[in-house]
Design a protein around this ligand. Structure first.
Ligand code: NAD
Length: 384
């Protein structure tokens, strides 16, 4: 395998990466090409103060390499904040694979090549599922590395847990903004009904919410219409519809000044990572008097579930309890933001930074997680 380490202090590539708006002092960035398997992938480790970078692997068709680079920089930084705000013993990392033409390459071989890339990072990055990857892919990756979570025989697919966290987060938002403990009749625009969006729709429907769904996959839309009586909207028209909640559950950067002008909701609460195109959109959301559940706080259910593989092995009941903490965590952020007249994102960022910087300043720095073979060893959470 050709391993091209884009080690940041050196060379032109380093200068390019450093000049990118989404570069935020990332600790490590690695690019690998393996022509035999068709693998082209980037792994970014943003910050390891609380522990090794942990975050999923996205497989996506990017417009170009720069778009993939931007994505991995943003996603890995988001993981640092998500893991810190959720008080997990992890730093922030993420991987993206530039989707090849799978009619020419074997997917299992590509995943194994990616697993070899992960293993070369020697425990500084641990992977799991994300958009475009599945438990089956994780099984292939696992054949080459032990730095992996979310396997079928451990915590499994994180998506239902992410969806549950988002559902509880929507309940918190409805209680805060609509002063109601019930979701009966609450109208929710769910953008993207893939793994997380579908499970979210299921829970919302069971509690009497009215759903409007959009997706680019007709089969995913048809399933929600049939199972939950969801109204279907085109992706472009969704932003113009009257509703209580906008739940972005597709890709990131859907919240721009332009989409915000069109939205007629009082709550934004969804699963997508990096929902804001730029951070200043958080201020605009506040000016519009919309309650925003910061993405990396509300969508942490999957990684919280994964973290339950540590400290004595995975226990589903404990995972449920840990994911449930997302609701009081959000309520706390809403209360602090209101008291200090700040955006909810500003407050969440402060909390997250306090937590990972405190870990960086202290001597309690977790250097590496146990490997799969000794995953049952206790691991002391940092600063938790
Ligand atoms: P997924 O790929 O299963 O689902 C995404 C869905 O969005 C797909 O059905 C896709 O067709 C649809 N989509 C793509 N572009 C769209 C558009 N323009 N308009 C409407 N729909 C569109 O992914 P997922 O695992 O459900 O994740 C959804 C989001 O949540 C992602 O941003 C992901 O990073 C984030 N997230 C996921 C998890 C998890 O546990 N899976 C955890 C945290 C965050």
């Amino acid at each position: 395998m050709k391993q091209q380490g884009l080690s940041l202090p050196q060379g032109e590539l380093s200068a390019l990466v450093r000049s990118m708006p989404d570069f935020d002092g990332h600790e490590e960035l690695v690019y690998t090409e393996d022509p035999a398997s068709g693998l082209r992938a980037l792994i970014a480790v943003h910050n390891t103060f609380r522990g090794p970078g942990v975050g999923g692997t996205r497989l996506w068709t990017y417009q170009d390499e720069r778009a993939a680079l931007t994505d991995v920089l943003r996603l890995s930084r988001g993981m640092t904040y998500k893991n810190a705000v959720s008080e997990l013993p992890f730093g922030g990392g993420k991987a993206v694979i530039l989707a090849p033409d799978f009619s020419k390459f074997s997917r299992p071989e590509l995943m194994r090549a990616f697993g070899r890339m992960v293993s070369l990072l020697d425990g500084r990055y641990y992977t799991a599922e994300d958009v475009g990857t599945s438990c089956a892919d994780m099984d292939d990756i696992r054949r080459e590395t032990q730095c992996i979570f979310g396997l079928r025989d451990t915590s499994g697919d994180p998506s239902p847990h992410t969806a549950r966290g988002v559902f509880l987060g929507i309940e918190a938002c409805v209680a805060k903004r609509l002063h109601s403990d019930s979701l009966e009749g609450v109208r929710v625009l769910v953008e993207g009904v893939g793994n997380v969006g579908y499970h979210l729709c299921k829970s919302l429907h069971a509690r009497g919410a009215k759903l409007v769904v959009s997706d680019i996959r007709p089969d995913a839309l048809a399933r929600c219409a049939q199972e939950f009586g969801a109204e279907v909207s085109s992706p472009t028209e969704l932003y113009d519809l009257e509703a209580d909640v906008y739940a972005p559950c597709a890709l990131g950067a859907t919240l721009t000044p332009r989409t915000l002008e069109r939205l007629k909701v009082s709550i934004i609460a969804g699963a997508a990572n990096n929902q804001l195109a730029t951070e200043d959109v958080a201020g605009l959301i506040r000016e519009r008097d919309i309650l925003y559940a910061p993405d990396y706080v509300i969508n942490a259910g999957g990684i919280v579930n994964i973290a339950c593989e540590m400290n004595g092995g995975y226990c589903p009941d404990r995972a449920q309890q840990e994911v449930s903490k997302i609701k009081p965590r959000l309520i706390d952020i809403f209360t602090r933001a209101e008291a200090r007249n700040l955006s909810t994102l500003t407050v969440a960022n402060e909390l997250a930074r306090e937590r990972f910087q405190a870990a960086g300043d202290s001597s309690v720095r977790v250097a590496s997680l146990p490997t799969r073979a000794d995953a049952r060893s206790p691991l002391d959470p940092v600063g938790a």
